[in-house]
Design a protein around this ligand. Sequence first.
Ligand code: NAP
Length: 485
Amino acid sequence: MSQEYRNFIAGEHVASSSGNTTEVRNPADTDEVLGVVPASTAEDARAAIGAAREAFPKWAGLTPPERGRVLHRAANILEGQIDEWAAALTREEGKTRIESQREIVRSVELFRYFAGEAWRVGGDMLPADTPHTLLYSARVPVGVAAIITPWNFPLSIPVWKIAPALVVGNTVVFKPASATPIMAAMLVKLLHEAGLPGGVLNLVIGAGGALGDALVTDERIDAVSFTGSFAVGHALYQKTAARMTRTHLEMGGKNPIIVAADADLNKAVQIVAQAGFGLTGQACTAASRVIVERPVVKEFTARFTAAAQALKVGPGLADGVQMGPAVSKGQRATDLEYIEIARGEGVEVLAGGGAPDGGAFARGYFVQPTVLAGLRPEMRIAQEEVFGPVVGVMEAADMEEALALANNTSYGLSAGIVTNDLRQAIRFVEGAEAGMVKVNQGTVGASIQAPFGGFKHSGSGMFREMGKGAIEFFTKIKTVYIDGQ
Ligand code: NAP
C-alpha cells in the first residue's frame, strides 16, 4: 500500500473536496508507485486562501527573528536528513543522487540565508522637511502569497520562494507541480516540525488549470510568484494584471554558450556537457545551443559528441549513473518530438537521437544525450525550449556573429562564453541579452545571494529571485512621518 499524501490547510492534513486522488510514480521505474495524492479543486484552493488570510495578522505580528528561527530549525532538521531527502527527490523527479544531494544542501543554505535576512529587512531613515520629525520608510509584508512552482527543482525552487515570503511576515498558499507533489508535502511537513504555526503555509496539490485559476484570480491573494513555462506564465500574467496583483514570473530559456576560437576545448566540452546534459537538460538555465567559432567547430563538435556518447544514462539512484530519465512520459515525448522536428529541419544527429532500448531502460522515461549539428537560427529547434538533454551546435564566422546568434531568441535567461581572451569576454558580457551571463562557467547554477532571473520572455523582469530581490518582492514600502513637535 503506497503512502497517501494530503493537502495541508489551516494546520491539518485534509483530503480534496473532490475525493479524487492520483498516483505518483518513479520516472526511472514506472512500476513503482511512490504515493497517492489529492486531485484538488478550486474549492480546496479557496479554503487554503481563507486559512492563509486568517493566519496573516498573527504571523505578520511576530518579530522577524521569531519567524527566522523557524527557518533555522528547518535548516537544521534538513541538514541531518540529506541522504533520505536526496533518495526521495531522485525517486520522484529522476535526477541523479548527487544532483539531488546538491539540491538538498542548497535548500539548507537557502533556509539559513533567509533566516538571517530576518535581522536585515530594513528601510531608509530620511532627512525630514520639518524640525523634530522622523521620516523613514519601512518594509512590510505584502499579505497572502500564491506560490506556484515547477517540477525540475522540486525542493529548492519552493524554498527560495517560501522562505523569503515567510520570513518577512507573509502567509502562503503553495501549489507545486503535479509531477512532484511528494517533495512539496515533505517540505510543508518539515516547516511545521520546525515550529511553523498552522495556516501560515498551506499546500494544495492538483492540476494547474483548476487550482491555478482559482488562486491567481482570488481577490484575497496579494502576490503571485510563479516559475514555469512561458505559455503558462504569460496567460497567468494577464489574469493578475487585470486585478493589479503583484506578480513575479520566472520562465523558460534557450540558453547559449559561445565557444571562442581561442578556448581550451577540453574545458569547453566539460562546461557545455555539464550545462547541457546535467539534470537531464531539465534546468531553465540548461545550455541548449552551443555557438562555436568556425576555426574550432569541427574539433569541438567531435570531442563534444564523444563526451555525450560516453555519458552513463540510467536510474538516478544506481551507482555511476550520470544522467537520469525525463521526469514524465509527456516530457520524454516532447524531447523525442523536438529531435524529430530537428531532423525534419535538416539537422544532423551526431549522438543519441532517441530513447535507449530495453533492459534497465524499459520501465523508465529515458532519453539519450543528443547532439545535433547544423542548427540555423530560423529553425524551431534553435528557438523553442525543449527542456531535455538535447544540445544543438551552431557555427559562427566570428565573435560578432556568435553574439548575434546567441541573442537571436525570444528568451534571455542565462548565457555563457568559453574564452581566454579578456576583450572577447567583456564584449560578450556587455552584449549578451540575458539576465545572467557567465564567463568560463556553465549556464546552470546560481549563487543564493545574487539576483536570479531572466530578460525578454524568460522573466517578468521587475523583480529578481534570491538575494535582496526576493525580500523586495515579498514586501511593500510604507513611508512614515512622525511629527514630534
Ligand atoms: P509549467 O507547465 O508552466 O508549470 C509550472 C507550474 O504552473 C506548475 O505547478 C503547473 O501545475 C502550474 N500551472 C499549470 N497551468 C496553470 C494555470 N493555468 N494557472 C496557474 N498555474 C498553472 O512548467 P513545468 O513543466 O512545471 O516546468 C518547466 C518550465 O519551467 C520550463 O519552461 C522551465 O524553463 C521553467 N523553469 C524556469 C525557471 C526559472 O527560474 N526561470 C526555473 C525552473 C523551471 P501542473 O504541474 O499541475 O500543470
